[in-house]
Design a protein around this ligand. Structure first.
Ligand SMILES: [Zn+2]
Length: 149
């Protein structure tokens, strides 16, 4: 049985939901895509805004472009309190459970956007208690909170 299913998300569009209880550390789904060289991703205007949601760095030489329909993992939404994290293992990228996840919970991870001038173009609708209001990676969220005061 698959660990996840696609469902209309409370956060945004479709999302992935846990189809059963998932233990912390479990590999949930492979983040599939095409491997491209870092040079390619640096010169391709497609990735120009610095917020390429579907682009992951694998190593010094290669990135993975996951902006394809066959990449089901791209449906996973951003959350300010995520239950998953994404990292590489060799040339593959996997979505792991970073905590125990209950059946029916929506899967999410931190998109890791940098804080910059256009952060307001990416509002966050995760609805968690500590939501920063915008999709900005955890280490930079304090900047937003500071501004709001
Ligand atoms: Zn949020």
């Amino acid at each position: 049985m698959k660990l996840y299913k696609i469902k209309k998300s409370k956060i945004d569009k479709n999302g992935l939901y846990a189809n059963q209880n998932i233990k912390k550390g479990t590999k949930i789904i492979e983040y599939k895509g095409k491997i491209i060289s870092v040079k390619q991703s640096e010169t391709n205007p497609k990735f120009d805004n610095g917020k390429a949601i579907y682009l992951f760095n694998i190593n010094k030489k290669y990135d993975l472009d996951g902006d394809f329909k066959f990449n089901t993992a791209r449906l996973i939404n951003h959350s300010c309190e995520p239950n998953c994290e994404v990292f590489g293992s060799g040339l593959k990228i996997w979505v792991y459970a970073m905590k125990n996840i209950k059946k029916g919970e929506e899967l999410s991870y931190d998109y890791g956007f940098n804080y910059d001038d256009d952060y307001k173009a990416y509002p966050c609708k995760c609805g968690t208690k500590n939501c920063a209001g915008y999709i900005v990676r955890q280490g930079s969220r304090w900047r937003i909170k500071k501004k709001r005061k």
